[in-house]
Design a protein around this ligand. Structure first.
Ligand code: C5P
Length: 403
């Protein structure tokens, strides 16, 4: 289960830091690769030399360590792992995570990453039960951060109670469970999956365009989750706010017509996921120079309907992908409308969501989706967009028969 998995282990200050040596040993025994990061305080409890010797890798300690910045930027370091484990997690580091601080290497990595995080708290029982810590833990859980422990037991300070770090083997089990839920890393190995994402920009003239508010967050998260399952991902994106994930075959387009051309050129593929918010209309006869403002005269724009990329690909007779997934952003009668959309477009699945302003989903980090397939309707709990993406990627792997 842990074979070839890369784990970024952040060790923060606390007497439990000595247990991280055993944790590293047990992870490596199971085939995982461990990149250690130590906070300044943790080096008071366990030496970087022993951590490095145990991990068989360099220990990263300093945000301003220029050599390592040259070797690997902190952003890249934070994203190079399959999972980030914080063990032990001190009350201070948990507070920094909850507050979004980034004043040392550990907190910066945790803020810069979209890699899943598992936290193993370790602290005095009063620090753990303090309202501030509990509040921070709630924030982190709401942000889909996973926790293991703390346990009840004797504390280094002589007290007894809740706050002891989970034992290394318990942390290993939590890590294994996480990867088990994620599915095998190679579930989509050798599969070509195309993802469209982001908005399109439809020009009015050389300087003006019609756009929409899609950030590209859900599409990017899906592409990342597919990559994590080993797929070759072709990522056709309009001008999105969110960066495309590392490792995709990136095709950047502006208009719906360009998106269609790019998608058709990339056929055949095993699955195609249409997460883009494609403009329904484009302006016809866009002039080659800027439309001048003439007193008292309003320009008249004539529109033409854009091609429906999802419907085109769903209805291909030759080289139709085995699985075509569309999205339906609705504001009312979500399931009814999305079910009709699935039939109308001819796709296999529709991922439907309610984007009414009160849901906070559009532009937010969470999503509550309903998956509509030929088997029926499945409502998913509200969760982060990356968790939706991971769950969807697993379903895709299952459907393509490799999970
Ligand atoms: O019809 P509607 O825009 O609500 O359908 C949404 C789904 O159709 C999304 O999956 C979207 O990516 C796709 N779509 C498309 N091409 C269009 C319009 C929508 O691929 N021109």
């Amino acid at each position: 289960m842990l074979e070839e998995r890369r784990i970024l282990l952040i060790i923060s200050g606390g007497i439990a830091a000595f247990k991280s040596l055993d944790l590293i040993r047990r992870l490596r025994e199971r085939g995982a690769m461990v990149t250690p990061v130590m906070t300044k305080a943790s080096a008071e409890f366990v030496t970087p030399l022993s951590v490095s010797a145990m991990a068989g890798e360099k220990v990263f300690q300093d945000l301003f360590d220029l050599t390592s910045e040259a070797e690997m930027g902190h952003i890249e370091l934070s994203r190079s792992a399959d999972l980030i484990v914080v063990a032990p997690a001190s009350a201070d580091l948990i507070a920094k995570m909850a507050g979004g601080h980034a004043n040392d290497l550990a907190s910066t990595l945790l803020l810069a990453t979209d890699t899943p995080v598992l936290v193993a708290p370790a602290m005095n029982l009063r620090m753990w039960s303090h309202a501030a810590t509990q509040r921070n833990v709630t924030y982190l859980k709401d942000d889909s951060i996973n926790f293991v422990g703390p346990n009840e037991g004797d504390m280094a300070c002589g007290e007894f109670g809740l706050g002891r770090m989970a034992e290394p083997l318990e942390i290993v089990t939590a890590i294994e469970e996480y990867f088990m839920a994620m599915g095998p890393a190679n579930a989509l190995a050798g599969r070509r999956v195309l993802v469209t994402s982001g908005p399109t920009h439809e020009p009015i003239d050389p300087v003006r365009y019609i756009a929409n508010r899609s950030s590209g967050a859900q599409g990017s998260a899906i592409a990342k989750a597919l990559i994590e399952l080993g797929a070759d991902v072709i990522f056709v994106t309009g001008p999105a706010d969110v960066q495309p994930p590392i490792g995709v075959h990136l095709i950047e387009v502006e208009t719906a017509i360009q998106m269609l051309e790019a998608v058709e050129k990339e056929m055949p593929c095993d699955a195609a996921i249409f997460a883009a918010a494609v403009a329904d209309w484009r302006v016809v006869d866009t002039p080659s120079s800027k439309i001048k403002k003439v007193n008292g005269q309003l320009p008249v724009l004539e529109f033409a309907e854009n091609p429906d990329i999802l419907a085109r690909i769903s209805n291909r007779t030759k080289t139709r992908p085995d699985l075509v997934v569309g999205f339906a952003a609705e504001t009312e009668d979500v399931i009814e409308n999305a079910t009709k959309k699935r039939a109308r477009k001819g796709c296999d699945w529709i991922v439907a969501n309610d984007v009414s302003p009160e849901t906070g989903i559009m532009g937010g980090s969470e999503n509550a989706v309903t998956l509509i397939t030929s088997q029926g309707v499945q409502g998913w709990d509200r969760m982060s967009k990356s968790a939706v993406a991971r769950q969807l990627a697993m379903k895709i792997a299952n459907a393509l028969g490799r999970a």
